[in-house]
Design a protein around this ligand. Structure first.
Ligand code: PBG
Length: 354
């Protein structure tokens, strides 16, 4: 039997598909593969999101197996373990008791509140860990919105509006309160217009010129935040005077040019780093922002993405270690410098094992 028609044999009589370039040559050994590898991911790229509450015991979060609402004691332990594995940044999210929630969310700048207490406890025990905070009203809002809701009905669907400028003032108070408690990085996630510049000015005028500001620049109105909202009981309320979704302030998932508008504003307003959120369905946005700005880019591998991977892994449908490490590397390839991920500690552990 001769060669398949169209194929040739070489001078040795062996089958030959003539071609000079053979990309597989650069993949033939691990030595070569590691030599030409373009991207890598390490624990120092991670920011570890942690949920805290006022109770002195931990509570499981049903749609996020492996994550918990931590007591103060437990969050300190978790931060220490993460730091030992090379994860040098954490971001804190509070579950606030219902009875202190209000429309104006005044609890968000209570100097004796849950977040300021946790920041100062972490900073005094682990001074080298960078503590990030989320700046938005939703965990403190009795409406479940990132901003204050108007009493009128001039908004979308004949309902209340999310008041932009009034909210920005509250966010400034919140960010200054977090900075006073020792936050290294404040990260506004609220998507109000003009908040980055206003928060920068407020921090600076109180002397916090060294506190960094990472803007949730391109934050989409996404269904992938569901498990997070369950964890904090922070979803928009049906009882709210405003629509039970965040579409009047978070971005439309159909849009990408709008992300460039937000990025240009955040750069001009003094942001130190930009963020894209969610992560995996939005790698194109990471890539576009990376090309459009010289600031570092972070990506948020959000709660719903974590839940999907956990669910598949628990059923034995995905190799959790391999698929998670691949996903994190892909964020880096897309252009993310830093990654906020609930897998931070686990991924760092896996990296140390191999
Ligand atoms: C608060 C905030 C949210 C997340 C981070 N900060 C929820 C939201 O905007 O509704 C989501 C994070 C996640 O899903 O992991 N503004």
């Amino acid at each position: 039997e001769g060669p398949v028609p169209g194929l040739r044999v070489n001078d040795e009589g062996k089958i030959w598909v003539p071609q000079r370039a053979r990309p597989r040559r650069n993949r033939k050994t691990e030595g070569l593969r590691s030599m030409v590898r373009e991207n890598s991911v390490s624990p120092s790229n991670f920011i570890y999101p942690l949920f805290i509450h006022t109770k002195d015991y931990n509570e499981e979060i049903s749609a996020m197996p492996g994550c918990e609402r931590h007591s103060l004691e437990s969050v300190l332990k978790e931060v220490g373990e993460a730091e030992a594995l090379g994860v040098k940044s954490v971001i804190l999210f509070p579950k606030i008791p219902e009875d202190v929630k209000t429309n104006a969310a005044e609890e968000c700048y209570n100097p004796n509140g849950l977040i300021p207490k946790a920041i100062s406890a972490i900073k005094s025990r682990y001074p080298n860990v960078a503590v990030w905070t989320d700046v938005a009203l939703d965990p403190y809002s009795d409406q479940g919105h990132d901003g204050m809701v108007s009493a009128d009905n001039r908004g979308d669907g004949g309902m209340g509006r999310i008041l932009n400028d009034e909210t920005v003032e509250q966010l400034c108070r919140q960010a200054v309160c977090q900075a006073r408690a020792g936050a290294d990085v404040v990260a506004p996630s609220d998507m109000m217009d003009g908040r980055v510049g206003a928060i920068r000015d407020a921090l600076d005028s109180y002397g916090f010129t060294d506190v960094s500001l990472v803007s949730y620049t391109a934050k989409y109105a996404s269904a992938f935040y569901g498990p997070f909202r369950d964890a904090l009981d922070s979803a928009p309320r049906e009882s709210s005077n405003a629509p039970p979704n965040k579409k009047t302030y978070q971005m439309d998932p159909a849009n990408s040019r709008e992300a460039l508008i937000e990025a240009a504003l955040d750069v001009a307003e003094g942001a130190d780093m930009l963020m894209v959120k969610p992560g995996m369905p939005y790698l194109d946005i990471i890539h576009r922002l990376k090309a459009a700005t010289n600031l570092p880019i972070s990506a948020y591998h959000v709660s719903g993405e974590y839940a999907m991977m956990k669910a598949a892994a628990q059923r034995g449908w995905l190799d959790e270690r391999e698929s998670v490490l691949e996903s994190l590397l892909c964020f880096r390839r897309a252009g993310a410098d830093a990654i906020l991920t609930y897998y931070a500690k686990q991924a760092a552990q896996w990296m140390h094992e191999s």
